[in-house]
Design a protein around this ligand. Structure first.
Ligand SMILES: Nc1nc2c(ncn2[C@@H]2O[C@H](COP(=O)(O)OP(=O)(O)O)[C@@H](O)[C@H]2O)c(=O)[nH]1
Ligand SMILES: [Mg+2]
Length: 332
C-alpha cells in the first residue's frame, strides 16, 4: 500500500490510519486491516497503537461444521446486538473451499452495514499462510476491531481443522454451533469441540430431529463433571431469528461468570499466548520455509529426505542455522 512513498509520507499515512481508528472512522479500520492482513511491515506501528486502545470488546468465537448455519446465526446475532444499541464487528475466517455458504450472507451483511448502519462492520479474511493454513494475522485483526471500540467482536470460523480451532483461543467466549441430522454429535467428539465450547447452539431447530440432538449433546456434556461452568445448550432457528436473543443472553451470562470468578484474565492471557505463538511462527517457521522454497533448498532437502539420505530433525536444524541464525548475526 505504501511502497514508493517517502518516509515522512508513510508516517503521515500511519497517523491518518491511527487517527481514523481513534475517531471510529470505518475507512481507517478497513485500511488498517488490509495492511495487517497483507503482512506489511508498516502495520507494526499501527498495531502498537491499537494495542494501547484495545480492551473494551467482548470477543465471541463462533465455530461449527460447514452448513450448520453459523453465518445465518451471525446475521441474526447482529440484529439482536443492534437492537440493544450495542455495536458489533464481524470477522469471518473463510477457508478457500468453494463450498462455504457464508460468502453470500457476508455480502448481504456488508451491503446492509455500509448503507444504513455505522455500528456494524464486516470483514472476511482469506485463507493465507505458507502451507495453506489460516491467516496468522487473525489475532492482530481482532486487536484492531477491539481498538475501534466495538462492544462485540464476532469471529466465525469453520471448526473442521486444528488451525480453525486454534483461532478460538483469541475468544473470551466460544459458541459451538451444531445442526440436527448432520451426524454432528459424532463429529464434535472427534474435533474435541466439546472441550472448547462455552455455549452450545443446536441450530435448525425447525428440523424434527432437533430435540434428539439437544438430548444427545446434553448427555455428552453431562458426562464431564469437572465443569466450573456447565455449558448451556440453546435451540435456535437462525433463519427466522428464533432463540437468538436467548442465545445472546447465555453468551453474556458466560462472560459475566468469567468476570465474577476472576476467570476473564485467564482467557485474556490465553489470547496473549496465542498471539505470541502466531507471531513467533510467522517470524520463524513461515520465514524459514518461504526462504528455503525460494532459493531451491526446500526441493533439495525434500529429495534427500525421500532418498533416505537425511532425516527431518537434522534438516530442521540445518535450515534454522542457515536462515535464522544467519539473520540474527546480520542484525548485530
Ligand atoms: N431450516 C433452516 N435452515 C437454516 C437455518 N439456519 C441456516 N439455515 C440454512 O442453512 C444453510 C447454511 O447456512 P450458513 O449460515 O451459510 O451456514 P455456515 O456454513 O455454518 O455459515 C443456508 O442455506 C441457510 O439458509 C435454520 O435455522 N433452519
Ligand atoms: Mg459461514
Amino acid at each position: 500500500m505504501f511502497s514508493g512513498y517517502p518516509g515522512g509520507m508513510v508516517l503521515y499515512l500511519h497517523n491518518q490510519i491511527i487517527q481514523g481508528l481513534c475517531e471510529r472512522k470505518r475507512a481507517g479500520l478497513a485500511r488498517a486491516v488490509t495492511l495487517v492482513e497483507n503482512g506489511s511491515e508498516h502495520a507494526r506501528h499501527i498495531l502498537e497503537e491499537a494495542y494501547r486502545l484495545r480492551g473494551h470488546s467482548k470477543v465471541i468465537g463462533i465455530t461449527g461444521s460447514p452448513g450448520v448455519g453459523k453465518s445465518t446465526l451471525v446475521d441474526s446475532l447482529i440484529g439482536a446486538i443492534r437492537e440493544r444499541g450495542d455495536s458489533v464487528g464481524v470477522i469471518a475466517v473463510d477457508p478457500s473451499s468453494p463450498f462455504t455458504g457464508g460468502a453470500i450472507l457476508g455480502d448481504r451483511v456488508r451491503v446492509r452495514s455500509r448503507t444504513t448502519d455505522n455500528e456494524v462492520f464486516f470483514r472476511s479474511l482469506a485463507s493465507r499462510g505458507y502451507l495453506g493454513g489460516l491467516s496468522r494475522h487473525t489475532g492482530d485483526i481482532i486487536t484492531l476491531f477491539d481498538a475501534f471500540g466495538f462492544d462485540y467482536v464476532l469471529v466465525e470460523t469453520v471448526g473442521t481443522g486444528q488451525s480453525e480451532v486454534d483461532i478460538m483461543r483469541y475468544a473470551h467466549s466460544v459458541l459451538v454451533v451444531m445442526a440436527p441430522g448432520l451426524g454432528d454429535d459424532i463429529q464434535a467428539i472427534k474435533a474435541g469441540i466439546l472441550e472448547i465450547g462455552d455455549v452450545f447452539c443446536v441450530n435448525k431447530a425447525d428440523h424434527p430431529d432437533a430435540d434428539r440432538a439437544v438430548a444427545v449433546l446434553e448427555a455428552m456434556l453431562g458426562l464431564n463433571r469437572q465443569w466450573q461452568w456447565k455449558p448451556p445448550v440453546v435451540k435456535t432457528v437462525a433463519s427466522q431469528g428464533k432463540g437468538v436473543v436467548e442465545l445472546l443472553g447465555k453468551i453474556d451470562e458466560h462472560l459475566e461468570f468469567l468476570k465474577q470468578n476472576g476467570l476473564l484474565e485467564e482467557r485474556v492471557s490465553r489470547s496473549y499466548i496465542a498471539a505470541l505463538e502466531d507471531n513467533i511462527r510467522r517470524d520463524t517457521v513461515d520465514r524459514i520455509l518461504t526462504e528455503a522454497r525460494l532459493d531451491g533448498t526446500l526441493d533439495l532437502v525434500l529429495t534427500q529426505l525421500s532418498q533416505g539420505k537425511t532425516y527431518p530433525a537434522a534438516v530442521a536444524k540445518q535450515l534454522i542455522g542457515k536462515y535464522l541464525c544467519a539473520e540474527e548475526s546480520d542484525n548485530q
